[in-house]
Design a protein. Structure first.
Length: 240
């Protein structure tokens, strides 16, 4: 579809991670370290590359053609979070082997920008609060509903995204800053967040749309259509 011009695409965190996993820095170290955890995440892709000579180079070259965001005028598309500040820092939506180094180096502005666009906005929990993630690691930061203005009156449960019934109703008193998405802005469409697969697909706000309903874990493959009447297929209608 991309080759014939009937589709556009944006980069996700997994494509970004793959580029880093296969790219050396000036010291001969991989930008994404080959730790057991990272090796396991890339295992199936590595097995495919081994069986298909040339596939790795073709894939990595292709990934560099994926923009970090799309601003189409009538709509915006990004993998995890729309951030004018992050977009301004990286300036161009396309990564290069040179810019990949800065984007993969913790502490740089490029690293923060790409992390925000591809992995979402995180904020530190109030003191003494933590939780276990799906890999049983202790976390003291949560991904937030970045389209809402930070509010100390909002609870942790009301701030976290995706919704998590295990989060406390403690006030989210941590000093946090992120860029809310105004209702006057064009619709922004994103994925990344593994929303509950049994929840009915629907926009979060009229102009804030997440289409990730855990298709990788048995959930439905969801799309958004600006013309739902023409989007009917097999009895399924895209969310209005």
């Amino acid at each position: 579809m991309l080759r014939v011009g009937t589709a556009q695409i944006v980069m996700g965190n997994h494509e970004f991670n793959a580029l880093g996993y296969h790219t050396l820095d000036e010291n001969g170290e991989y930008l994404r370290p080959h730790t057991p955890k990272n090796d396991d995440q890339h295992a199936k892709t590595l097995a495919y590359f081994e069986k298909n000579p040339g596939a790795k180079d073709r894939a990595l070259t292709w990934f560099y053609t994926f923009p970090l965001w799309l601003d189409l005028g009538f709509a915006r598309v990004v993998h995890a979070a729309w951030s004018p500040k992050a977009i301004g820092l990286v300036k161009t939506p396309y990564l290069t082997p040179e810019s990949l180094v800065g984007a993969s180096t913790k502490g740089t502005s490029e690293y923060w920008a790409v992390e925000t666009l591809l992995k979402g906005v995180e904020a530190t929990l109030p003191p003494k609060l933590s939780f276990f993630d799906k890999d049983e690691r202790v976390r003291t930061q949560i991904r937030v509903r970045w389209w809402l203005k930070p509010d100390a009156e909002r609870t942790v449960a009301e701030t976290v995204f995706p919704p998590d019934a295990n989060m406390p109703n403690t006030r989210f008193t941590t000093t946090s800053e992120w860029e809310p998405y105004d209702l006057t802005e064009p619709p922004v469409i994103f994925g990344h967040y593994w929303l509950p697969k049994d929840s009915p697909p629907a926009p979060i706000l009229p102009n804030v749309i997440c289409v990730d309903y855990s298709a990788g874990k048995g959930g439905p493959l969801v799309a958004f259509s600006f013309d739902p009447e023409s989007a009917r297929e097999g009895g399924v209608t895209s969310a209005e």
